[in-house]
Every structure is written in structure tokens, then in C-alpha cells.
Unconditional design. Structure first.
Length: 423
């Protein structure tokens, strides 16, 4: 069995979906579990719909739903030949669920309504694509990921209940391959013990593919992208990017941790645990070799990789009594950061202060200043850029930091990191 994952760009319209069918047809006589994201910018639209609901902004709420429904119906009209196909009523039912939010009393948390709303994007895309594949004579079946992938009772970035999830795959997923070649399911979503929809985090469909592969002992995972494979830098920053033909699980984890956007950070670990290779290939040129991610580390150092993160904010945290930054202070700081659910990109301490760097959009600045300001003196700089260089040399450092003021730097054997601002 293989696992394929198709992201939003690869299913953004009818022609893209036809291309997905063409790619699957390149693997005859294979059993394939297919994970699919929401179509195009659907997730963004559903996030706005959820925000409108929570703000009781009903005019915008209804208009956004109307546009999103028309977008999906247009795709179905282009794909499905028989206009009495059940997919039309199935999509109507899904949009009825979204519209009925207007009648809710908002008695639960914002996270609950976010997950309940946004997860519908993957339900829509998988229902439509499965209907098209069946029409094109694929032996395909739609599987509800929420009935198999079980999570903790947390609605956003929920952790997987691995034991229960593995058992569900053994009982409810793998047996379906006796009658079907293709099993279509949703990325990004699961359900908790109360059978409520939960989400695995933005871009979590990659992680869903890793979960399926781990639980089914898959032969491989292929993530289909609009790039030829993993590149050593973002093409929007560099013209002469280089494809990484082979890298290790370890290197992929490092790159994703530092902010490389091709692979979701949680995807790699379950594959590494069972030594399941991961391929990153182009859905534009599916016959070409992409990137292979596996256990071998021998080629990791051959090509330097560059990662840029914009809109960074640097905080300097110092005890109000001018005491040293010691374990007790650090414990208090990290406890407060954990309560605010923020991710540290860089940290560095001296005798009297701790420097910590975050994505500014992940921080609620007034809340941060209020909570941390109870015990500490807080100073900050924003509008910064974080540059990470894997397998660096001095020439590369000089090139990437030219005409920039270095605010903070860290160097290890394999990684150089610079927080900078333009001079």
C-alpha cells in the first residue's frame, strides 16, 4: 500500500482534479490511501466564515458561504456528467451544516466552532473527488477520517490518540482494500472522544498522510506539490534554487522545525519510526524524480539550505529585581509562554536577560506584555527577519547578511541563525 497526499493547489479546480486522476492512473494495480486537502483557498474562506459567525457579522457570513458554495458547484458541474449524481445533494447537505451555524447560541469555545467549520473544506473536496474517480471507473471509496483518526479533547492542533487510531485503521480502513483500490480520506481533521471535530493544525494534511502510513505500515508516502521536490530555498527569495534529491529524516525534521514550508513538522516522525520513505514530487510533472526523504544521512551536507522568516518580534525579558536569569526565572517564563500557546523560534540568555523570538502574528502583544510584565521588565523590537542557514560557510553568511544589521546570532556545527533588520 502507498499513501498519496494532494494539497489545496493540486485540487484547486476541475482541471487540477482531472490531473489527480491521471496521476493515480500512473499506478495501476496498486492499493493507495489518498489524503486530500480543501480545494484552493477554501480553508481561508472557511476561516473567514467562522470569524463572521463568531462576530455575528451575518451579511458577510452569508455572502462568503454563497461564493464558496458556487465555487464548489461549478467544479462539480465541470466534472460530473450525470446531473442526478448523489454528490450534488451531498454537497448541499454540507453547506446546510455550515449555514445552520447562524442558529447556534455560541455556547461553546471559539476553537470548537473553528474546527467544526473549517474541517468541512476537506469533507467537500474528498466527496467531490471520490465521486469523480468512481465516474471514471476507479475502484474508489470515501472514508470519514473523523471515524478513524482519534485525538485528545482539544480542538486546535490536537494530539493523536495513537493506540485507538491504530486499532481503527486495522478494523475500519485496511479491510476496505479488499473491494477497493483507492481509499479517499480527509487531511487535517479527526474527532475526539466526544465525537466532536478536531483539527491537527494548519497544513496538517501532511501529518494525516504520516498517520495513515504509520498505522497501515505503508510502503511509502508521496506528497504531490507544485514544486519539483524539496528545494534548498524558497523560490520567492532565490532565483537559483537547487532541488535536494536525497535527504535524511533528521535533516527534514531540522528544516521543517526552522520553518521550511514544504513538509509539515509533525509528518516526519511517524515515518522515521517505521522507516517509511517519503517522496516529494511535482503534480505538474509527475513522471520526474522528486526528493526522497529516508534514513540515510550521507548526502545531507552536500547542499546548503536557506530559510527566511519575516515579521519576527524579539523580546528581552529581565527580572525586575535585577537578579540573575536562573532556573526559577526560566521556569516561570516558560510556564507563562506555555499558557499563552506561543512557539519560540529562537532563544538565548545572558546573566540578566532572556532573549526570545516569535512570529509576530502568533503573539497577542497586549496580553503578552501584561502577563510577562507582572514579574519582568519587557523590551521588544519588531519588523525583524530570521535567517537560518543549514550547512553554512562564511561566504554564505556574508552574502545573506549584507546590508543588514545583525541583532542576534547563533552558530552551531551545522546551523547558523541570524535575526536581522535592514540598515
Amino acid at each position: 500500500m502507498k499513501v498519496f497526499k494532494f494539497g489545496g493547489a493540486s485540487v484547486k479546480n476541475a482541471d487540477a482534479i482531472k490531473n489527480v486522476a491521471r496521476i493515480i492512473s500512473l499506478y495501476p494495480n496498486e492499493k493507495i490511501g489518498v489524503v486530500i486537502s480543501a480545494m484552493g483557498k477554501t480553508t481561508n474562506a472557511l476561516e473567514q466564515i467562522a470569524s463572521d459567525f463568531l462576530a455575528s457579522n451575518w451579511n458577510s457570513f452569508e455572502e462568503r458561504i454563497h461564493l464558496l458554495e458556487a465555487f464548489h458547484l461549478e467544479i462539480i458541474d465541470c466534472l460530473i456528467k450525470e446531473k442526478n449524481n448523489a454528490i450534488f445533494s451531498e454537497v448541499e447537505t454540507i453547506f446546510t451544516i455550515i449555514k445552520e451555524l447562524k442558529n447556534c447560541q455560541q455556547s461553546k469555545s471559539r476553537a470548537y466552532y473553528y474546527s467544526k467549520t473549517v474541517a468541512q473544506g476537506e469533507v467537500l473536496s474528498t466527496k467531490i473527488i471520490n465521486a469523480f474517480l468512481i465516474q471514471e471507473n476507479f475502484k474508489s471509496k470515501w472514508i470519514d477520517a473523523g471515524q478513524i483518526i482519534k485525538t485528545e479533547n482539544k480542538y486546535l492542533e490536537a494530539n493523536i490518540d495513537w493506540l485507538v487510531t491504530e486499532n481503527h485503521f486495522l478494523d475500519k480502513f485496511i479491510p476496505e482494500f479488499r473491494r477497493n483500490d483507492i481509499l479517499i480520506t480527509q487531511g487535517f481533521m479527526g474527532r475526539n472522544q466526544a465525537n466532536e471535530l478536531t483539527t491537527l493544525g494548519r497544513e496538517g494534511s501532511d501529518f494525516s498522510a504520516g498517520i495513515i502510513a504509520y498505522c497501515c505500515n505503508a510502503e511509502s508516502v508521496t506528497i504531490w506539490k507544485d514544486v519539483p521536490g524539496m528545494l534548498n530555498a524558497d523560490p520567492k527569495w532565490f532565483e537559483n534554487t537547487v532541488k535536494l534529491d536525497n535527504i535524511s529524516f533528521r535533516e527534514a525534521i531540522e528544516l521543517s522545525y526552522y520553518g521550511a514550508s514544504v513538509i509539515h513538522p509533525k509528518t516526519i516522525k511517524p515515518l522515521q519510526n517505521k522507516n517509511i520513505p517519503l517522496y516529494v514530487k511535482s503534480f505538474v510533472n509527475p513522471e520526474k524524480e522528486g526528493t526522497t526523504i529516508h534514513s540515510c544521512t550521507s548526502k545531507d551536507h552536500l547542499v546548503p539550505s536557506f530559510i527566511f522568516k519575516e515579521n519576527q518580534i524579539l523580546f528581552s525579558v529581565s527580572p525586575k529585581d535585577f537578579s540573575f536569569i536562573e532556573e526559577e526565572n526560566l521556569s516561570d517564563i516558560f510556564r507563562k509562554l506555555s499558557a499563552m500557546d506561543v512557539k519560540i523560534n529562537v532563544m538565548q540568555n545572558s546573566a540578566l536577560n532572556l532573549s526570545i523570538v516569535f512570529d509576530k502574528q502568533r503573539i497577542k502583544l497586549p496580553e503578552f506584555l501584561e502577563i510577562m510584565g507582572e514579574s519582568f521588565i519587557i523590551k521588544y523590537n519588531d519588523g525583524l527577519q530570521l535567517i537560518t542557514i543549514r550547512h553554512y560557510d562564511q561566504a554564505t553568511i556574508d552574502e545573506l547578511t549584507a546590508n543588514k544589521e545583525v541583532i542576534l546570532q547563533q552558530l552551531t556545527r551545522e546551523t547558523a541563525r541570524f535575526l536581522v533588520k535592514m540598515k
